[in-house]
Write a protein that binds this ligand. Sequence first.
Ligand code: 13P
Length: 284
Amino acid sequence: MSLVTTKQMLLDAQAGGYAVGAFNVENMEMVQAVIAAAEELKSPVIMQTTPSTVKYASTDYFYANVKTAAQNANIPVVIHLDHGSSFELAMKAYRSGYTSIMIDGSHGTFEENVAVSAKVVEAVHPGGVPVEAELGKVGGKEDELEAGDDNPYTDPKQAVEFVEKTGIDSLAVAIGTAHGVYKGEPKLDLNRLSEIREVVSIPLVLHGTSGVPDTTVTECVKRGICKVNYATDLRIAFTKGVKSVMDVDSDVIDPKKYNAAGRDEVKKYVMEKMKVVGSVGKAE
Ligand code: 13P
């Protein structure tokens, strides 16, 4: 199939009471792993890249990888820019052919966040590409974007104003999750999520989901989350696979051998999470 956008994919998830997993890919093998998992489980899927990933290998490279994966598959696939850190990067991804774009203005003031998000919406909506933006701050460190100590949660009333003023298609909420590896068990403000859902009608997005207990993720989906982001755990899974080969034979020099093991681990992980978010069989 050709690549699709997140617009209808997330509206379908919202109507159907499930979420779509958005998995951060950082090399060809991760793309192969995610597409294989999605095909096997007949699940719609989003693959996404952060600013540091596209700095490493460009939006064109990742677009080509994911487009090839999608073309050879029978499920809806999206290529999404995760945490677009500037208007310029959002445009770069758009020109490369990305079918969904996040602009993350959450590190600036409310007014600055509105301004940059609305500017991206205005630029990419005519081409049919939907936009995700973030209000409040997800904790931890995502690429070069440090959330800082204040780490405010999304305010429901402000969220209504933000959505109205920007025209965005989906909203990333800050309810206590953080990027990276959690030190303890994360405490999520689920009531806040329900309050946001009551007043904001567009699909809601959960960031920082690696390490969040599956039962909590399921509860978030019940309360209105339609897109669930996983990045750190895919890195851990890939590295685990690579190490498993290296540990047995430290003289191995064929990258295909250890990369294939990384790919297998990522596929297993992604299949587990597709079951958690409820997207299995939704591409049938
Ligand atoms: P983690 O995998 O680090 O929890 O975060 C994923 C994410 O939100 C990417 O935007």
